[in-house]
Design a protein around this ligand. Structure first.
Ligand code: GDP
Length: 442
């Protein structure tokens, strides 16, 4: 992957004293190859490597960091810059509803995103309305209705009087309805085609002119590869957009699309869609994505997601447990595993922890049902045992195994992993290897 390749390119420099120009050049060449292999567009790669080289040459004077650290820092800065720098907030309407229009190819993830965006806005106290202006794809309207229901967000669909058969009319009446009913955010889902198509562009442009959106978000499948730039350019020319949403970032996208689209169109990446569920959605942070590409982990995103899924008190408690070397009990261990499970995909969460490049394989083998087994075991313990695992001797282990329908071997394994988790949690709090290893290693 891109992150593996770049990590190893800079890892060769780590822990060294002075670097020769040749060594720096070799690393930059390797990063260049990695970017090209990850489908980053050539002009973007050229600009990237040129500015890394330039900054590396200029950085010679700095004595604070060792040379390898300086290169890593420069690469990180450049990746961040290319990805759009600091995340800006959505442009909101000063009066009347804020209109957010979604554009992109069919299958890009627009309808799914409409639900995610709607729910996210709702979480922030807005009252959103989703408008089904995709009349192209069979079932798109029905799909949006289902998505809206799942997200707890109202949907405006084509009906007699709402412009059956005419997407522009549906969009227009949808926004009018929002005004009347005091919805303050309108998300307009539009049609896509399988490829770029003049008629489609015209339709999107007509919808744009009819509803005067505050934001046009171009949704692009992160797995699309080299086509990303041409597609993005076509939408930039045909409809124009103010921000980019990368969808399917959960897949084995090579990450090149992210780098290319933002750089070529100059529109920032604003959101990331990371799964099929309504909660698989996050604000995009260029610096965190750069860290992820450099395999520095993405602990901030992890914590933010955790905060969304847990209530704040729980989150603060967890943060304390992770940071301190206080009394982390089996109950905490279980609670934590449950919370993670609740977040949807544990694999994805663990993938954000630092140092994951090396144990990706273990992660692949992670079994979410493990959480249920752990739960059964912990539930079969007495409160005293949960607080003080040292109490759990041989005969107690047999009792717990009987109670939980497991075996003594499984109890032993759990105890071992609990100990590892405890140790690793502490090292994670200090920026080390993470508890992922302990949890994935079952
Ligand atoms: P649209 O044609 O642009 O409206 O695309 P859809 O929203 O219908 O999405 C197309 C397919 O991709 C559907 O099967 C979605 O469930 C799936 N999908 C959308 N977003 C994501 C994502 O972030 N991750 C994954 N894995 N699948 C997604």
């Amino acid at each position: 992957t891109l992150s593996d390749r770049i990590t190893s390119a800079v890892a060769n420099l780590r822990g060294r004293g002075r670097l020769s120009d040749a060594e720096i050049s070799a690393s930059i060449a390797e990063i260049r190859r990695a970017l090209l292999d990850a489908d980053v567009a050539l002009p973007v790669v050229r600009e990237f490597t040129a500015s890394v080289r330039e900054k590396a040459a200029a950085a010679e004077l700095s004595q604070v960091l060792d040379p390898a650290q300086q290169i890593v820092k420069i690469v990180h800065e450049e990746l961040t810059r290319i990805l759009g720098g600091e995340t800006r907030d959505l442009h909101m309407a000063k009066r009347g509803p804020t209109v957010i229009m979604l554009a992109g190819l069919q299958g890009a993830g627009k309808t799914t995103l409409a639900g995610k965006l709607g729910r996210w806005m709702k979480e922030q106290g807005h009252s959103p309305l989703l408008v089904a202006s995709d009349l192209q794809r069979p079932n798109a309207v029905q799909q949006l209705e289902i998505v809206g229901k799942g997200a707890g967000v109202a949907v405006w669909s084509p009906e007699p009087g709402n412009g059956v058969g005419d997407p522009v009319e549906v969009a227009r009446t949808g926004v009018a309805h929002a005004k009347e009913q005091y919805y303050d955010v309108v998300v307009v889902d539009t049609a896509g085609r399988l490829g770029v198509d003049a008629e489609l562009m015209q339709q999107a442009a007509d919808i744009r002119d009819a509803v005067q959106p505050n934001e046009i978000l171009f949704v692009i499948d992160a797995m699309i590869g080299q086509d990303a730039v041409t597609t993005a350019q076509a939408f930039a020319d045909g409809v124009g957009f103010t921000g980019v949403v990368l969808s399917k970032l959960d897949g084995d996208a090579r990450g090149g699309a992210a780098l290319s689209v933002a750089s070529v169109t100059g529109a920032p990446v604003m959101f990331a869609s990371t799964g099929e569920k309504v909660g698989d959605f996050e604000r995009f942070h260029a610096d965190r994505m750069a860290s992820r590409i450099l395999d520095m982990g993405d602990v901030m995103t992890l914590i933010e997601q955790a905060e969304r899924a847990f209530d704040e008190e729980q989150a603060a408690e967890l943060a304390n447990k992770i940071a301190g070397d206080g009394d982390f009990t089996l109950e905490d261990f279980l609670q934590q595993m449950q919370q993670m499970k609740q977040l949807g995909s544990m694999k994805k969460m663990l993938g954000m922890l630092p140092g994951m490049g090396q144990i990706r394989e273990q992660l692949e083998n992670f079994d979410e049902r493990e959480v249920d087994r752990v739960e059964a075991i912990v539930r079969s313990m007495t409160p005293a045992e949960r607080r003080n695992p040292k109490l759990i001797n041989g005969s107690r282990r047999s009792r717990i195994a009987r109670g939980s329908g497991t075996t003594v071997t499984e109890i032993n394994q759990l105890m071992q992993r609990f100990d590892q988790a405890k140790t690793m949690m502490r090292s994670m709090a200090r920026g080390g290897g993470g508890m992922a290893g302990a949890m994935a290693g079952g």
